[in-house]
Design a protein around this ligand. Sequence first.
Ligand SMILES: [Zn+2]
Length: 436
Amino acid sequence: MKPFKKLLLLLLLFGLIAGGIFYFRDTDAPQVSLIPGSGPISATTELSLAVNDTLSGLKDLSVTLVQEGGRIPLATQHFEPGSEAFTTAFNLKGKKLKNGPFQIEIVAGDQSIYRLGKGNQSKTTFDLTYDTRAPIISILSKAHNFNRGGSGLVLYQLSEETSKHGVIVGDRFFPGYQQDSGQYACLLSYPYDLKEAEFIPRIVAVDLAGNERQAGIYYRSKGKTFRQRRITLSDNFLQMKTPEFEALVPEVTDPLDIFLYVNGEIRQQNRAKMAELGLQTSPVPLWNGAFLRHPNSSTVAFFADHRGYYYNGNKVDEATHLGYDLASVAQAEIPAANAGDVLFADYLGIYGLCVVIDHGLGLQTLYAHMSQLDVLAGDRVSRGQIIGRSGATGMAGGDHLHFGVFVSGQAVEPKEWWDNHWLTDNINSKLELLTH
Ligand SMILES: [Zn+2]
């Protein structure tokens, strides 16, 4: 063969290989993802669509709704060469869909010359359910009486599965819990720091598609004013507490500054911890009978006492006392107020050595300033079981028990839970209404 012919053949072969590589370079169709891509959605659910083709780039895209054989074109799009990825968000507001199953069909093509220049095409179908109906809320309980700072229970029924339900009070949310009967129970509070006009409890339910409904509750509320207390900080007290608190306060040495940091910053952190624990609860009540009060104790401080702290005659801080201070003998045996699960048994800032017991439905009791703990987190305790001994750890000047009651992390008046009449009328008799 002549060298010229050889070169021509080589070139031809090279051309064929190069053309082949180019032709077969992209045989994959564009990738499509849709979130949510399954399950129930409402007219306002935001859908996120992402399409990409990194090899040859996107060429066109069409999105169609399909329901019972009918087709509703939603969007078509053509792309300039070089468009590797496309993302968009949309909802189905104003589209003529019926409640029920439907599909979103997404067809996407790329710029590849494969398939005689037609390129690759993907067709992806997502099965969803259209749901624009909010859950129906039926309130089952009657006589909802709330005292400021106190608790109450509401029972209700929901028409469908939900992602969230409970009672909202202003910016606070009290989750409800499904009972064995299938009905729902929600413990809530008229928070001590809300004025009567601000206490408007409403049941809220959001279904899996995101449809929300609220229902008002027929209720009666009673206001209450809490005590103002003046607390004098002595150098003695500050000196005594400094070594314990130093570990919690970095780079502060002045005893008053240490106190102020613990009484402010640490107190806030500890309340956040109680709010977090409030969600770790048994969905069914674990208590039985009225709650026990620390036996043979006298009350040193009440729930929601507003305290002004004075040092050398000047007001240096203030705080609300969210429990009862109960004093008896030093290192007194402390019984669990009721049956439940120990959620926390450790040192926690202002509370010192403390125990938190969960009684179910978000109801929890706190035993603070203990000198000794006899239980561990995870223990199941019975009503009256000794959980430790009183002491003066944390923000305490002398040996006493700080007893707190919380409903889904909201501090409430413990007195109600000690009162068998109140408990029967407002809580236990309602729970007995649930059909089993
Ligand atoms: Zn206290």
